[in-house]
Write a protein that binds this ligand. Structure first.
Ligand code: GDP
Ligand code: MG
Length: 166
């Protein structure tokens, strides 16, 4: 099985931490060369029967000017070409305008969108249900996966769930 996965989310939610955990240091160095105009290969996850290419869609944030606007739309159009999108949020931060901006764009994406709730090590488990309700009131997600990228909790489950989308 092989496929492409895009990771989107506000700055500091833990996207790079998750990628480093999944693909390891070697690949992260390689990725700088593998650059295209619309997206950037961040790493490749390879097992005996799976190859998963993770891409970063640059400039996915609230644009400050019209050129920025154009670039953001181009980045989102790249999301139509992937097999799955990971929308990453941080469990210890409230949903904000940055998240809402991303959610509005993700509504037009046909690939399955996973809600990845990161940093669960920083919050009491009782908080999780409220977070899930808050986000699912905004859009439907193909899967909801709480993780800790730093501690590795549930990352294996995330990978198994992703593989089913390839
Ligand atoms: P990015 O901007 O989305 O790529 O976020 P980074 O991966 O650079 O992470 C931002 C900060 O959050 C760093 O200090 C990470 O160590 C921290 N971080 C990432 N994932 C977790 C997590 O699961 N738990 C905790 N406690 N901190 C995390
Ligand atoms: Mg990063």
């Amino acid at each position: 099985k092989s496929g492409f996965v895009a990771i989107v989310g506000r700055p500091n939610v833990g996207k790079s931490t998750l990628l480093n955990r999944i693909v390891g240091q070697k690949i992260a160095i390689m990725s700088d060369k593998a650059q295209t105009t619309r997206n950037k290969i961040q790493g490749v996850y390879t097992t005996a029967d799976t190859q998963m290419v993770f891409i970063d869609t640059p400039g996915i944030h609230k644009p400050k000017h019209r050129l920025g606007d154009f670039m953001v739309e181009a980045a989102y159009s790249a999301l139509r070409e992937v097999d799955a999108v990971l929308f990453m949020i941080s469990a210890d931060e409230k949903r904000g305008r940055g998240d809402d901006f991303i959610i509005e764009r993700l509504k037009n994406v046909s690939s399955p969108v996973f809600l990845v709730i990161n940093k669960i090590d920083k919050v009491h488990p009782d908080k999780l249900l409220g977070i899930i309700e808050d986000y699912t009131s905004q859009m439907d997600f193909a899967e909801i996966v709480p993780i800790s990228a730093v501690e590795g909790n549930n990352v294996e489950h995330l990978m198994e769930t992703l593989i089913t989308q390839m």
